[in-house]
Design a protein around this ligand. Sequence first.
Ligand code: GDP
Ligand code: IMO
Ligand code: MG
Length: 428
Amino acid sequence: MGKLVVVVGTQWGDEGKGKVTDFLATQADVVVRSQGGNNAGHTILFNHQKFALHFLPSGILNPKITNYMTNGMVIEPKSFFQELEGLNKLGITNYQLHISDRAHVIMPYHIALDGILENLKGSEAVGTTKKGIGPAYTDKVSRSGIRIGDLLHPDMLKQRLLANLNFTNRLLSALGEKMYEFDELYPIYLDYGKKIAPYVCDTSLLLNQEIEAGKRILFEGAQGVMLCIEQGTYPYVTSSSPSAASVPLNAGISPMALTDVVGVTKAYSTRVGGGAFPTEFEDDISRQIREVGHEYGTTTGRPRRIGWLDTIVLKHTKRVSGLTGLAIMLLDVLSGLETLKICTHYELDGKVIEYVPGNYADFIRVNPIYQELPGWNEDITGVQSFDELPKNAKNYLRTIEKLTGVPITLFSVGPDRTQTVVLKQIFE
Ligand code: GDP
Ligand code: IMO
Ligand code: MG
């Protein structure tokens, strides 16, 4: 029987979704990216070499997988073609890829505006990836965006670009910024249209055929639920919804069709960019975690902020996104720490709470309440089963299960595919 499995980030992104997708893809037929753009950076190991994917689904390295980039995505053509060229250089030319005609185009002025808006926000800056994500989604929602399908129709592209520039140039001019010339952009984007055309189609039609044919489909989440525009720590979020609930809309499939939601979580927490982060700490232990876990952004190279595991965050994701299982990543990074902390509750104004406050003014004031657990010293990077783990590592995993009420599907002890221990098969 077919399965539709969502791989969702449960925290603030970079949980290891690329690795989990690449691992599960060995048993899947189809991999789908449904939202976000090249703000995502998904690392997978290919022939012992690290490869970072920003737009392309993590099934792209496997010639048997059909890959989709669906309507919820925003795509910057230049970077997209650079990513494809990177694949070609690795000798990967045999891939199957479909791109939605409904996906939106990130234009150069979106990238410029991303930087301008961040500068204007000063100390309140979101800390975006400066890839133009926010401004591209803003144009989509204000119904002035350019879609991938428009690139294929010269008259439509002309009309959409003129209308978009008419407004954007007035905005840029008022801000004292460089304006954009229609005559310069139009031929470039017509050309992108010709180059991207072989991939472009109505991905919803094709995906629904895959579902009817009983295919095993993986939806590769990007970002994480705490960065969700609806359910995250607004305004320190991205401009789309990374939750599992957004997948049907962003891919053009029935909400009744999803069968599993695998929540990918680090064995601790990280965040890049601004915004409150209750379990964050900075000392020798966090620096050790950053170095051992190579916690530097895949997309921007920024050092990631480090925190203890926060089960209030995991329970929030479970509630607003649905989780049928957890994939616990980077467990190996915690080896050698004497004591581990897990946040079980927050304290807010003298009250103990068990939820993420929606009001940001409250969220910045919560104090984490921790349960302390003994650590382990053993190197666990070669562990191949739950039984082989040190007693305290087993206890750590079982405690996460107990606190969240979500069973562990798999855990990971290193970046390689082989460093993955499955406790419950997804695709039987
Ligand atoms: P994504 O955005 O969720 O796909 O995650 P990133 O690729 O941005 O960041 C996760 C990082 O952790 C990558 O460098 C992975 O290679 C690495 N990684 C994934 N799983 C493990 C693991 O179990 N142990 C270690 N040490 N590294 C891991
Ligand atoms: P993956 O898929 C981590 C963060 C940015 C910033 C905020 C808004 O690799 O997990 P944006 O450029 O989207 O407007 O930035 O969201 N952010 C991510 N952080 N991983 C990601 O993707 C992210 N995508 C966006 O750092 O705080
Ligand atoms: Mg990442």
